[in-house]
Design a protein around this ligand. Structure first.
Ligand code: HEM
Length: 405
């Protein structure tokens, strides 16, 4: 493999997922669960040379060992990409101890349980509005007309990002996750565009402060010292790339799943919205269809579950694969609506555990409740195909359904 300064890295289709995995292979998105299971049958950690040397842990133990070890694994690289890829800081996710703590403390209050609970009714009204827009239709694309809009609405309320720019955000996210790991030109272009855009937003908040996270970030200090402007831009970039297609993917996976399991839909809509069954169903969607895989850079030679890794290598932190490890979950391969003791790692482990998990859970719950009650007999449209995003954030991007009113 050669890595020119600006060339696109073209790679052949994968035939060996243990020794030559590629999360941007066309087969990954739709088949990832089967891929992880088949690799796990052979070894706890797969590898590839496509992006330099990079590993893919598929057991809970291996994922836990990496996520909890901030001495040997750094978050400066949080996606596996060409080794010469330009990277930019987006703390707290790209920071290591001791800096990580201060960055995280700045962001967390915006997503605490009280702040999130305040937006529930607004989210519910918004879902109902999206559903009303389908009046008179027999079929739709549930990703295009429903799932993709809900997280943008939630994140914009909580941060102050302008919702009118949703298409722009989704375009940047698509390019960041689907194209940029193999293409430095696109990566640089997106980084530059996002930085210029965010720079404008933050400068505006300095002169026109509002009661929102953008204003907090524009004025951010840690221990009485102004945070570097480039880091402030990174904080906002993280809100956009971490807060939108993650939850979009989780909601979409649930809508796709329930379209094929009407018995489960009937069980859910038979109980009140505050019944525990809704909570366990939400957690099981998160376990079974966990959308987010992270990555780390190896900064010391280290051995994980018998697998030697060397300085400069990259590794995935394949949280979704750990969620399917039969050593960690009874009947891991079965989707159980009322699963108890569901200690999934969809939101990660250790110091980087998801800062937006309260919001993500609420958006999912409300989206499912409103959709399943509105369309209790919906099903996949057999004449059309669901398409999946591959790579770091996995989830359905087109979900053609019949509404069967
Ligand atoms: C279902 C939806 C979501 C999933 C599955 C998810 C998953 C994750 C995971 C696995 C991590 C750990 C990263 C690591 O170990 O390197 C993480 C971190 C993070 N997530 Fe989420 N996320 C979701 C939604 C959100 C939302 C809505 C936000 C709001 C902005 C958000 C903000 C963050 C932030 C700021 C971090 C970094 C925390 C840190 O480094 O301390 N996430 N997320």
């Amino acid at each position: 493999m050669t890595y020119g300064a600006d060339d696109r890295l073209d790679t052949p289709p994968v035939t060996d997922w243990v020794n030559d995995w590629d999360w941007l292979d066309d087969g990954w998105g739709e088949n990832a669960i089967d891929i992880w299971n088949s690799v796990r049958d052979q070894c706890p950690i797969g590898s590839t040379e496509r992006y330099g040397r990079a590993f893919m842990p598929v057991t809970m133990d291996a994922v836990r060992d990496i996520a909890n070890n901030t001495d040997d694994f750094s978050s400066v690289w949080v996606n596996v990409a060409r080794p010469d890829a330009p990277r930019a800081a987006a703390p707290p996710i790209t920071s290591d101890p001791p800096d990580h703590h201060g960055h995280r403390r700045l962001i967390l209050p915006a997503f605490n349980p009280k702040a999130v609970a305040n937006v529930e009714q607004e989210l519910r009204e918004y879902c109902r509005k999206l559903i009303r827009e389908l009046d008179g239709m027999d079929a739709t694309d549930a990703a295009l007309h429903y799932t993709q809009h809900i997280p943008v609405h939630g994140i914009c309320i909580l941060t102050g990002l302008p919702e009118g720019d949703a298409d722009l955000f989704r375009d940047w996210i698509y390019k960041t996750f689907q194209l940029a790991p193999k293409d430095n030109t696109i990566r640089l272009q997106v980084l530059t565009e996002m930085s210029q855009y965010i720079d404008g937003l933050l400068k505006d908040r300095l002169v026109n402060p509002k009661d929102d996270l953008l204003t907090t970030i524009a004025n951010a200090q840690i221990d009485g010292v102004d945070v570097d402007w480039g880091i402030k831009i990174g904080y906002v970039r993280l809100q956009i790339v971490a807060g939108i297609d993650t939850t979009w993917s989780a909601i979409g996976s649930g809508i796709w799943h329930f379209a094929q399991h009407n018995d489960e839909v009937q069980r859910l809509i038979a109980v009140d919205n505050d019944d525990m069954l809704w909570q366990t169903a939400n957690e099981e969607v998160l376990r079974y269809y966990a959308p987010v895989t992270m990555a780390r850079k190896v900064i010391n030679d280290v051995t994980v579950q018998g697998c030697p890794m060397h300085v400069g290598d990259q590794t995935l932190v394949t949280f979704p694969a750990a969620n399917h490890d039969p050593a960690a979950f009874e009947d891991a391969h079965i989707f159980k609506l009322d699963r108890e003791n569901n200690r999934h790692v969809a939101f990660g482990l250790g110091i980087h555990r998801c800062a937006g998990s309260n919001l993500a859970r609420l958006e999912m719950l409300v989206a499912f409740q409103e959709w399943l009650r509105a369309f209790p007999n919906y099903s996949l449209d057999p004449a059309k195909k669901t398409t999946w995003a591959n790579g770091q954030v996995r989830g359905p991007r087109q979900i053609p359904v019949l509404l069967n009113r």
